[in-house]
Ligand binder design. Structure first.
Ligand code: FAD
Length: 171
């Protein structure tokens, strides 16, 4: 299968080459305790669920409105998809309660939530790159270097960025 495109392989669909590659990655990179447990998974029940993300230029178009995962999907590092879905729904309600034509309501919702979705996707890409694809040698870092690295990859995640960790006033 072409693993560059989003696709999932259910149990039984991995060929022996992929299964061997996965097991080698786990054996080489996981702490021994976790590697031993993961490697107990029989090949016939092993499956692959790829991680991917989605960013859209607009949350609304004509009479169509996108909310939650349908509007944008960030990589799981930020663990914020549920909160974003709730905030999208709350923001749509607030725009509707504020009144105006449907065009105005949807434009207000799109202007408010589109940038938040894009910021989440960008932050999760940075975190994914730093934590998975391009990891530094953590064992060589002291506390100061680690703090600087952590701050660097979390740029844009402060409380003014519009998602996570603070309440959204309804209506
Ligand atoms: C393994 C995993 C772990 C996660 N962990 C976290 C976490 O720790 N924290 C966090 O914040 N987020 C987490 N998420 C992300 C979070 O689950 C999603 O961001 C969130 O559920 C999105 O909500 P939603 O309402 O937009 O979409 P969904 O929850 O996907 O809801 C869409 C609904 O539409 C239904 N549906 C689809 N097609 C149709 C149709 N044609 N007709 C009628 N109904 C239809 C589906 O059955 C589904 O019930 C995780 C996701 C996964 C997969």
């Amino acid at each position: 299968p072409d693993l560059r495109a989003p696709t999932s392989l259910p149990p039984g669909r991995l060929n022996s080459e992929l299964t061997a590659h996965l097991r080698a990655l786990v054996a080489d990179n996981f702490p021994p305790y976790w590697a031993a447990r993961v490697l107990r998974t029989p090949a016939e029940t092993t499956f692959i669920q790829p991680i991917y993300d989605l960013e859209v230029p607009h949350y609304t178009s004509g009479r169509m409105v996108l909310v939650g995962d349908a509007a944008s999907v960030a990589r799981p590092h930020i663990g914020g998809g549920s909160v974003k879905a709730l905030q999208d729904a709350t923001a749509l309600e607030a725009a509707w309660t504020a009144g105006g034509s449907w065009k105005e309501i949807l434009e207000s919702y799109d202007a408010g939530r589109g940038p938040v979705g894009s910021a989440m996707v960008a932050l999760a890409r940075r975190m994914g790159a730093a934590q998975v694809e391009n990891t530094p040698d953590w064992s060589a870092m002291g506390p100061t270097a680690f703090d600087a690295w952590w701050q660097d990859q979390n740029k844009g995640s402060d409380r003014r960025s519009g998602f996570g960790g603070h309440s959204l006033k309804a209506g």
